[in-house]
Design a protein around this ligand. Structure first.
Ligand SMILES: Cc1cc2nc3c(=O)[nH]c(=O)nc-3n(C[C@H](O)[C@H](O)[C@H](O)COP(=O)(O)OP(=O)(O)OC[C@H]3O[C@@H](n4cnc5c(N)ncnc54)[C@H](O)[C@@H]3O)c2cc1C
Length: 487
C-alpha cells in the first residue's frame, strides 16, 4: 500500500543514513527502489511529481525485444530485451499480455525479407517466445485487420510481442518496493546535495505539498531522472558535459473502429525511415510514434502539430479510412532519454543501451535504455551503487520476485478513494492520467469527470473547496492540451 503520510513517517522514523537514496519515480527509479529494498538495503525514493509522471506513462506500452535493433544487426540488445520480456511475464503475468502484430506487405520482396528477420526474432526468443511468426495470405491479413488498406496488398507476416499499461506497472512496482521496506514519496523534489569535501552524502529534498525541506543522508545517491538527469547532475557541478540528447515521441489515440480486432499493425519502415505502430490498447487504438529532437526536456511536453499531421497521414496510408484531426481522442508526448555520446562519457560501466555514470562526488546516474529493460537497468545500477557506497554485498533478487496481485486481472483502483488511500494519488490529474488512464483514453470526456474526482479526493485528503476548484481548473487546462489535435 502506498500512503503518503505513512511513507513520511517511515522516513522520519528511519535510522540515518539510508543505504540508498533514489531520485526519480519512473520505471527506472522505482525499479531501482524495488531492487535495492529487496536486497535488504534501506532505501528511500523521491519523485518531484507523481509516480510515472515523466516518460514512463507516455510510452508505446510494449514490452518488446525491439525489431528495430534487429534491423540494425544489434543482436545483443535484442537478446537482452527478450530475456527481460520473459522475466517480466513470469513475475507479472497479469500485467503483460501477448499482442500479435501484422506487418502488411505491398511489395514482392517484403514477405521474404521481413519474414526471415522475424524468424530470427523467434529464434532469439527461443522457447520463451510469446508466439511464432508466420506468413499470412492476403485474405488472412484482411481477416486479422479488416480495416487494412487493400490496394496493392499482397499479404502479411504476423509476429508477437508483449503489451502492458506503463503507469500501472510503475504503481505496482512502487507498491512492491514499499512492501520490501522502501520509503517512496511523490511530490518531493531533490533540490541540492549534501556534501562533505565534495563527496555526496545525501540530498536536500523539498516536500512540494508542505513546502518544508528534509535532509536525506545516504551512503550512495542514485540519479534515475531519465531525460532530466543532466539537471540533477548540475546540482553537483554546473559545468558537466550533458549525457542526454532529448527527443520527443508522440502518440495519437483513436477509437476502436480504426482497428476493430485484436492484432496490431507494424510498419517497419515509413518513407522517412521510422517504425509506425497502430495498436489496439484497452478500448482504443494507439498510433505512434515520432522522433523529434528538442532542446530541453519539458515536464509536460506537448505534441507539435507537424507530428500529429505526420502520424495521421501515415496511419491513413495503411487504413481504409483516413483518420482526421477530429478523430483524435487524445494526443500525448514523451521524451526519450537518449544518451548523447556514450563514447565520450567517462562511464563507470557501459551496459547495453543504458549507461551508468559515476560522478567525482559519487553520484550514480542511470539513464537511457527502455521500459522493457528497467529491471536489468536497476540491477546494474544497484550493483554499481553498492560498490560506491561500500555496502555489504547482497545478490539481486528481482529475477524471481512476483509483482502485484495475480488474482487481479485489471488492478486499477475501483474508486478515487482507493486511489488516494492505497496508491498515493494526490491530485485530479494523478487519478485521471495515471491511475485510471481516462486522460489518454479520451481527454475531453475525462475533463467532464474532473469535478466528481476533485470532490472525492477533497474528501479523502481533507482539502477545502478552494483546492477543489483549483484542481478542476488545472485539470481542464491540462486536458485541453491533450485535445490539441481535436480542436
Ligand atoms: C514516445 C516513446 C515511446 C516509448 N515506447 C516504449 C515502449 O513501447 N517500450 C519500451 O520498452 N520503452 C519505450 N520507451 C522508452 C521508455 O518509456 C523510457 O526509456 C522509460 O520510461 C524511461 O524511464 P525513466 O524512469 O528513466 O524516466 P522517467 O519516466 O522520465 O522518470 C524520471 C522521473 O524523474 C523525476 N524527476 C526529475 N527531476 C527530479 C528531481 N529533481 N527530484 C525528484 N524527481 C525528479 C521526473 O518527474 C520523472 O518522473 C518509449 C519512450 C518514448 C518517449
Amino acid at each position: 500500500m502506498l500512503h503518503r503520510e505513512a511513507m513520511l513517517e517511515r522516513i522520519d522514523a528511519a535510522r540515518t543514513p539510508w543505504d540508498i537514496v533514489v531520485i526519480g519515480g519512473g520505471a527506472t527509479g522505482v525499479g531501482v527502489a524495488l531492487d535495492a529494498a529487496s536486497r535488504g538495503y534501506s532505501t528511500v525514493l523521491v519523485e518531484r511529481g507523481d509516480f510515472a509522471q515523466g516518460t514512463s506513462s507516455r510510452s508505446t506500452k510494449l514490452i518488446h525485444g525491439g525489431v528495430r535493433y534487429l534491423r540494425q544487426g544489434n543482436v545483443t540488445l535484442v537478446l537482452e530485451a527478450l530475456r527481460e520480456r520473459t522475466i517480466l511475464r513470469k513475475n507479472a503475468p497479469h500485467l503483460v499480455r501477448d499482442l500479435p502484430f501484422v506487418v502488411p506487405t505491398y511489395d514482392w520482396w517484403e514477405g521474404p525479407f521481413y519474414g526471415t528477420g522475424l524468424k530470427v526474432y523467434d529464434l532469439l526468443a527461443g522457447r520463451h517466445g510469446f508466439g511464432r511468426s508466420h506468413l499470412l495470405s492476403r485474405e488472412e491479413t484482411i481477416e486479422r485487420i479488416p480495416t487494412i488498406e487493400r490496394e496493392g496488398l499482397r499479404g502479411g507476416i504476423v509476429y508477437h510481442d508483449g503489451q502492458f499499461d506503463d503507469a500501472r506497472l510503475v504503481i505496482e512496482l512502487a507498491k512492491a518496493a514499499a512492501r520490501e521496506g522502501a520509503a517512496l514519496v511523490n511530490y518531493m523534489r531533490a533540490e541540492a546535495f549534501v556534501t562533505r569535501a565534495e563527496a555526496i552524502e545525501g540530498i536536500v529534498a523539498r516536500d512540494l505539498e508542505s513546502g518544508t525541506t528534509r535532509e536525506l543522508r545516504a551512503r550512495v545517491v542514485i540519479n534515475a531522472t531519465g531525460a532530466f538527469c543532466d539537471d540533477v547532475r548540475r546540482l553537483e557541478d554546473q559545468g558537466i558535459d550533458p549525457m542526454i540528447r532529448p527527443s520527443q515521441g508522440i502518440h495519437l489515440v483513436l477509437d476502436r473502429s480504426f482497428l476493430p480486432r485484436e492484432s496490431a499493425i507494424m510498419v517497419p519502415h515509413t518513407d522517412d525511415g521510422r517504425v509506425l505502430f497502430v495498436i489496439p490498447w484497452r478500448e482504443r487504438v494507439l498510433v505512434g510514434t515520432t522522433d523529434t529532437a528538442i532542446d530541453q526536456a519539458d515536464q509536460e511536453p506537448v505534441p507539435f502539430s507537424h507530428e500529429i499531421d505526420f502520424l495521421l497521414e501515415h496511419a491513413g496510408r495503411y487504413l481504409t479510412r483516413d483518420p482526421k484531426h477530429g478523430d483524435v481522442l487524445s494526443a500525448f508526448a514523451g521524451i526519450r532519454p537518449l544518451v548523447k555520446s556514450v563514447e565520450r562519457m567517462a562511464t563507470a560501466s557501459l551496459a547495453r543501451d543504458h549507461v551508468i555514470h559515476v560522478s567525482r562526488g559519487g553520484l550514480v546516474t542511470i539513464t537511457g535504455g527502455k521500459w522493457t529493460t528497467y529491471r536489468k537497468m536497476a540491477e546494474d545500477a544497484v550493483d554499481q551503487a553498492a560498490q560506491i557506497g561500500e555496502l555489504p554485498e547482497h545478490p539481486c533478487r528481482t529475477k524471481d520476485l512476483p509483482i502485484g496481485d495475480r488474482r487481479k486481472a485489471a488492478p486499477a483502483p475501483a474508486t478515487t478513494q482507493e486511489a488516494a488511500r492505497e496508491e498515493m494519488a494526490r491530485t485530479v490529474e494523478d487519478v485521471l492520467a495515471r491511475r485510471t488512464r481516462d486522460l489518454i483514453l479520451d481527454a475531453r470526456a475525462s475533463a467532464a469527470r474532473a469535478p466528481q474526482v476533485a470532490r472525492d479526493l477533497a474528501g479523502a485528503l481533507g482539502r477545502n473547496p478552494d483546492w477543489e476548484k483549483q484542481q478542476i481548473e488545472g485539470y481542464r487546462a491540462l486536458a485541453l492540451k491533450y485535445q490539441g489535435a481535436a480542436t
